[in-house]
Design a protein around this ligand. Structure first.
Ligand code: CP
Ligand code: NVA
Length: 299
């Protein structure tokens, strides 16, 4: 369609379905060396309030491959961590960088940055959303499992940031999704509303077994996310029966996890290390997917 590409990427449904397809196609072409688009003299400022391995490394290497530069700004090293307001940080960084990536706690922080910075802001994970992960996940499913509209996926476990963006991305891409989350840990009503607006709501299963029954892909994530460490003792017992082990996952379905994983909690070592585990493909595809996004956002 002819909709303008959004100025910021705070969640996956900032894109239309067509724009999502464009980003994924661009990512595939960049990965295959068929698209040689570069972003010379381009700087991505990366603001991190939580730890990261994949997000930092994939954006940094992606920017290098595109002929640009990524600047890591950690919480202790910059004035933001010492009391400077986010809206001031946003305007200062906007004066140097061509785009800002942010990993923060409250989703509202990403919205404030987007409001005050006059360059595109990319969400590198908030408590509510992880849309860059969804881009990589959809690219991986397309490469390893099949046409997105033919795939049946199951989300098992916590209805967290990764699950929320994946569910909305699934609706946007026409992927069938069934969800099993313990009571009190659902994806959130707003996710179902946004999916409904896009034409398909996830199916809610009563049990993990029911969710995975017809799944081509079983996806899970940690039970205790960054920032929730204090709730660990309360949360863990609520997830009994939700571990993706060989019994639950069967032998056919592919397995996905955004990583980092906690072996022995949400997934077993055997499943994570099995032939059908796509976790390393997902991790690598973070870089390719984000290169596609950066090119679409900045050219
Ligand atoms: N999947 C993901 O975002 O990993 P990191 O926390 O290592 O960036
Ligand atoms: N749900 C996890 C994802 C980490 C990439 C967290 O927020 O910690």
């Amino acid at each position: 369609d002819t909709d303008a590409f959004p100025s910021d990427f705070l969640d996956i449904d900032d894109l239309t379905g067509d724009q999502l397809a464009t980003v994924l196609a661009r990512a595939s072409d960049l990965k295959a060396g068929k698209d040689l688009t570069q972003l010379p003299r381009t700087t991505l400022a990366m603001l991190f309030e939580k730890p990261s391995t994949r997000t930092r490394a994939s954006f940094e290497t992606g920017m290098t491959q595109l002929g640009g530069h990524a600047m890591f700004l950690g919480p202790d090293a910059i004035q933001l961590g010492h009391g400077e307001p986010l809206k001031d940080t946003a305007r200062a960084l906007g004066g140097y960088a061509d785009a800002i990536m942010v990993r923060t706690f409250a989703h509202e922080n990403a919205e404030i940055l987007a409001e005050y910075a006059d360059v595109p802001v990319i969400n590198g994970l908030t408590d509510d959303a992880h849309p860059c992960q969804t881009l990589a996940d959809l690219l991986t499913i397309h490469e390893e499992v099949g046409d997105l509209s033919d795939v049946q996926a199951a989300w098992v476990g916590d209805g967290n940031n990764v699950g929320r963006s994946f569910a909305v991305g699934a609706a946007l891409a026409g992927l069938d999704l069934t969800v099993a989350t313990p009571d009190g840990y659902g994806l959130g009503d707003d996710v179902y509303e946004r999916c409904a607006e896009l034409g398909t709501e996830p199916t809610v299963a009563d049990t993990p077994e029911e969710a995975v029954a017809d799944a081509d892909v079983v996806y899970t994530d940690v039970w205790v996310s960054m920032g929730e460490e204090g709730r660990r003792e309360v949360k863990l017992p609520d997830f009994e029966g939700y571990q993706v082990n060989e019994e639950l996952a069967g032998t056919d379905a592919a397995f996905m996890h955004c990583l980092p994983a906690h072996r022995g909690e949400e997934v077993t070592d055997a499943v994570l290390e099995s032939e059908r585990s796509l976790v390393w493909e997902q991790a690598e595809n973070r870089m390719h997917a984000q290169k596609g996004l950066l090119v679409e956002l900045l050219t």
